[in-house]
Design a protein around this ligand. Structure first.
Ligand SMILES: C[S@@+](CC[C@H](N)C(=O)[O-])C[C@H]1O[C@@H](n2cnc3c(N)ncnc32)[C@H](O)[C@@H]1O
Length: 459
């Protein structure tokens, strides 16, 4: 098939849906029973009106209403049939219906590391309906999909998942992303158009954060924000204005800073309302942190920003602490702490950073214990959601093993091991709080001032 594409189109690749459709057709022709039960029998796919239609729903009537999409599907169906050499086996309209089934039921394999990396279809997982406040989520571990509870699920409760990026900023953005599923979401978040703070407050997963990098449940229940400073209309206007600015990908640090200052200016009302978890403010901060991580001059400043995003933004946006995004955020903090620990030990920290509060906090914190505590948290949160292949967890495990080999840390390691076994143990819990959570919270608290200093109008 790829040989034909190369010959006819001079390309060595095919769009993902075309490849997926071709795979279904080839399997059908080869007599694969499971594929026939899922997508429709061979007779049906050939055009017979009395053939079995398969268990998957394709929303064909819904797709037909979108002229352009319907035409694109025809081109894609033709491409799959022709390039697979199956012109004499399948009718294009039926191939197009199978494509509708694929589009309706396949997961975009959205990877926290690599972004979009193809699609995944499993007929059982495909039965889960959507909610923007789901009870479960699917994450990918190499070629496996893992369905995991987002919160406690009682027997008889519906298992729902979020079909789109759960961190999309508002109802309009989620509805747009859901367009091709042909339904209007009526979940509690959409019904009352709740923002992330309001949605977090009513999310049954909120208490799970007692074992997280943001264990202050009171803060999650009553966030210290001032909603009166920014209206709903303003929120939308900020998001729209932000989108008109150039993106920061692939830019030099100087160019990124220029754009970040404009973004900061646009986000001012959100900053004043301390609504850090509302987009586009979180992304502004996170992208700046990523830029600073690669900068010789600013690398130390990336640390408080990352702590800030992990404690003041992510828990509101993604309420469940063991979602890959949140775990990855913690591992990134550990990587940064490994660097600042080295700078602190060699005495180079003060030369690389002129922020007294930041230098002082790092000088008094036991950064290795912070790393070890965070890594044990990651292993606890991430360990059983995963079949073992996610490289972020492998990395965390390797870092933890390295720390365990360091001499003279027996007391700290012993205490953290007690915590890992029983986070409620009073002594171990107090140790974890003092040595890990407290310094992270202090580092995070420096971020607003650093951001204003580097991005504010006086610059
Ligand atoms: C992957 S399928 C889910 C399984 C489907 N309900 C079934 O019985 O085959 C996706 C389709 O289910 C329907 N659906 C999913 N979530 C929904 C929701 N929250 N409200 C209404 N319809 C929904 C939509 O038609 C959507 O295109």
């Amino acid at each position: 098939m790829f040989g034909r594409v190369q010959q006819r189109a001079g390309k060595d690749w095919l769009p993902t849906p075309v490849r997926a459709l071709a795979q279904v057709l080839i399997r059908l022709k080869a007599g694969d029973q499971a594929v026939a039960e899922t997508f429709g029998s061979l007779a049906w796919a050939k055009g017979a009106s009395d053939g079995e239609r398969g268990i998957l729903d394709g929303n064909v009537e819904g797709f037909k209403k979108h002229d352009q999409v319907w035409k694109d599907f025809e081109i894609q169906a033709t491409g799959a049939v022709v390039y697979a050499g199956l012109e004499n086996d399948f009718s294009i309209p039926r191939a197009r219906e199978i494509l509708c089934k694929i589009q309706t039921n396949a997961f975009n394999r959205l990877d926290p590391d690599a972004g979009m990396t193809g699609i995944y279809l499993d007929p059982v997982l495909a039965m889960a309906n959507h909610s923007c406040m789901p009870s479960a989520f699917v994450s990918f571990d190499q070629r496996n999909a893992v369905l995991r509870a987002w919160r406690d699920i009682k027997e008889g409760d519906e298992i729902t998942i979020c079909y789109v990026d759960v961190t999309l900023p508002n109802k309009a953005a989620r509805q747009e992303a859901l367009k091709l599923y042909h339904f209007e979401c009526r979940c509690p978040r959409c019904k009352d158009d709740l923002d992330v703070y309001q949605a977090c407050q009513i999310d049954p997963a909120l208490p799970l954060n007692s074992l997280s990098i943001q264990p202050d449940l009171e803060k999650l229940r009553n966030p210290p924000i001032d909603r009166s400073k920014v209206s709903k209309e303003q929120l939308d206007a900020i998001y729209e204005a932000w989108k008109t600015l150039p993106t920061t990908e692939g830019r030099s640090e100087a160019e990124h800073m220029k754009i970040a200052r404009k973004r900061w200016e646009i986000c001012k009302p959100l900053v004043e309302a301390r609504m850090w978890a509302i987009e586009p403010l979180t992304t502004t901060i996170m992208q700046l942190a990523v830029c600073w991580q690669l900068s010789f001059k600013m690398v130390v400043y990336a640390l408080p920003l990352l702590c800030f995003v992990s404690t003041e933004c992510d828990p509101f946006k993604v309420v469940t602490p063991f979602l890959p995004w949140r775990i990855k955020g913690i591992v990134t903090i550990v990587q940064m702490l490994a660097l600042t620990a080295e700078l602190t030990a060699s005495g180079a920290l003060a030369r690389r950073c002129d922020h007294e509060g930041l230098v002082g906090t790092l000088a008094t914190a036991d950064q290795v214990t912070m790393c070890e505590g965070l890594l044990r948290l990651v292993m606890k949160q991430g360990g059983d959601s995963n079949t073992g292949g996610w490289h972020v967890l492998k990395q965390a495990k390797a870092m933890l093993e390295d720390i365990e080999k360091l001499p003279g840390r027996e007391t700290e390691t012993a205490m953290l091991r007690v915590w890992e076994k029983d986070p409620e143990d009073p002594e171990a819990s107090a140790f974890f709080h003092d040595q890990v959570i407290k310094p992270i919270t202090t580092l995070a608290s420096l971020a607003p001032e650093i951001l204003e200093d580097k991005l504010g109008s006086k610059k």
